[in-house]
Design a protein around this ligand. Structure first.
Ligand SMILES: *Cc1c(COP(=O)(O)O)cnc(C)c1O
Length: 403
């Protein structure tokens, strides 16, 4: 078959889905798959959730778009709801995680210029992921994301993740820093969880230095880690929070939330988006938040995540090739001491969709928050068995034999 006229930006699996329901996807041949990825942390309520379907069909029949030149009541309603949930004070809406982060980066630079800092710079972390636009890829701590797109956008200073001392050292040496941008848990690089007091320590440094603490909750937000935002389990408040993925359950929407001086930094003419915060996307997000609250899905994510990590620890007990089983809520990482990319296809054959992150050795699971206990147990059973098979094959293969 001739290849389709798509730019070759994704190495796709050869399966196409035509329908989804709850945790399940159905392909064009009628096979069903348990979606342990939820898109990529997008469909937190599962596929075709009736509350979201109803909200967007009703809104689509009424009004899709007016532009941001006019008042959009649903956008105001959503902003009010998000501020109440997050203790933030104002919101800018875009259409993706990268756009939410672009807003945060611009906000931080303007905050710096307003303070008289000539070259405002932002501390970002090694192994981070913030998006694929030019500023957000430059902020990202992964050489593979940068390669070929130099010159990178300047004004980012890198520190190792989960290393407060490194940040303090930068504070002593660089008067241009105005903000820190960090993921509460690094998602794309393999569900990396920092020390419990990491964000609180960063908060202290930001307070001492009058820097903005900006959290990228594009992946960790919207209930995924067991609270609406991950920082709500740390006792601190950031100055800026970005989110996207799970906010619209599949309808594109991103948000940059802020409080204090950061809430009032951007002024008319400073930033904008044609589509951002349109009635359709806001109707979807309002239905998502309402459902998360009604179905108590944050608590559910916390309980189910603990259950799944325990389940994997039991199934894989004593396996010396398992380096770590970690995560928070339904953001789960299983790190092997060896590459295991073949698991994606093996799991697909068994009817489960997973992804591999990090250096090809970390299994990442992001199942819907609506997952049932029996679906969770199915994932644990099938994936544990496949991990054992892959590890045994690896042991028998010529490349690991002898010295
Ligand atoms: C996915 C992701 C992004 C980028 O979001 P897009 O919607 O793909 O632009 C940014 N930050 C984090 C932490 C992410 O996981």
């Amino acid at each position: 078959m001739a290849s389709p006229p798509l730019m070759n930006t994704y190495a796709r699996l050869s399966v196409a889905f035509e329908r989804g329901e709850g945790s399940w996807l159905y392909d064009t041949q009628g096979n069903k798959f348990l979606d342990a990825l939820s898109g990529i942390a997008v469909c937190g309520l599962g596929h075709a959730h009736p509350a979201v379907t109803q909200a967007i069909t009703e809104q689509a029949s009424r009004l899709l778009h007016t532009s941001n030149l006019y008042t959009i009541p649903l956008q105001e309603q959503l902003a009010t709801k998000l501020c109440k949930l997050s203790q933030m004070e104002s919101v800018f809406f875009g259409n993706s995680g990268a756009e939410a982060n672009e807003a945060a980066i611009k906000l931080a630079r303007l905050y710096g210029h307003n303070k008289g800092v000539e070259n405002p710079s932002i501390i970002v972390m090694e192994r981070s992921f913030h998006g694929r636009t030019l500023a957000t890829l430059s902020a990202t701590g992964n050489r593979k994301v940068h390669a070929g797109f130099e010159p990178l956008v300047g004004g980012f200073v890198r520190a190792p993740f989960d290393d407060v001392e490194a940040v303090r050292t930068i504070a002593q040496n660089n008067p241009n820093i105005v903000a820190i941008l960090v993921e509460p848990i690094q998602g794309e690089s393999g569900v990396r969880t920092p020390a419990d007091n990491y964000l609180a320590e960063l908060r202290k440094v930001c307070d001492e230095q009058q820097w903005l603490l900006m959290l990228d909750e594009v992946q960790t937000g919207n209930g995924r880690t067991g609270s609406y935002f991950a920082y709500q389990q740390t006792g601190i408040l950031p100055d800026v929070v970005t989110t996207a993925k799970g906010l619209g359950n599949g309808v594109p929407i991103g948000a940059c939330l802020a409080r204090g001086v950061a809430a009032e930094t951007l002024k008319p003419g400073n930033h904008g988006s044609t589509f951002g915060g349109n009635p359709l996307a806001c109707a979807a997000a309002l239905a998502v938040i309402d459902t998360i609250e009604k179905e108590k899905l944050c608590q559910r994510a916390a309980e189910l995540g603990a259950l799944m990590r325990d389940g994997f620890r039991t199934e894989l007990a004593g396996a010396d090739y398992i380096s770590d089983i970690r995560g928070q809520g339904l953001m789960i990482g299983i790190e092997l001491d060896r590459p295991c990319s073949e698991l994606v296809v093996l799991a697909k054959v068994k009817g489960i969709l997973i992804s591999i992150a990090g250096e090809g050795n970390i299994i990442r699971l992001l199942p819907p928050l609506t997952l049932t206990d029996s679906e969770a147990n199915l994932i644990i059973g099938v994936i544990s068995k496949l991990i054992k098979i892959v590890a045994a094959d690896d042991r028998d293969s010529p490349r690991s034999q002898g010295s």
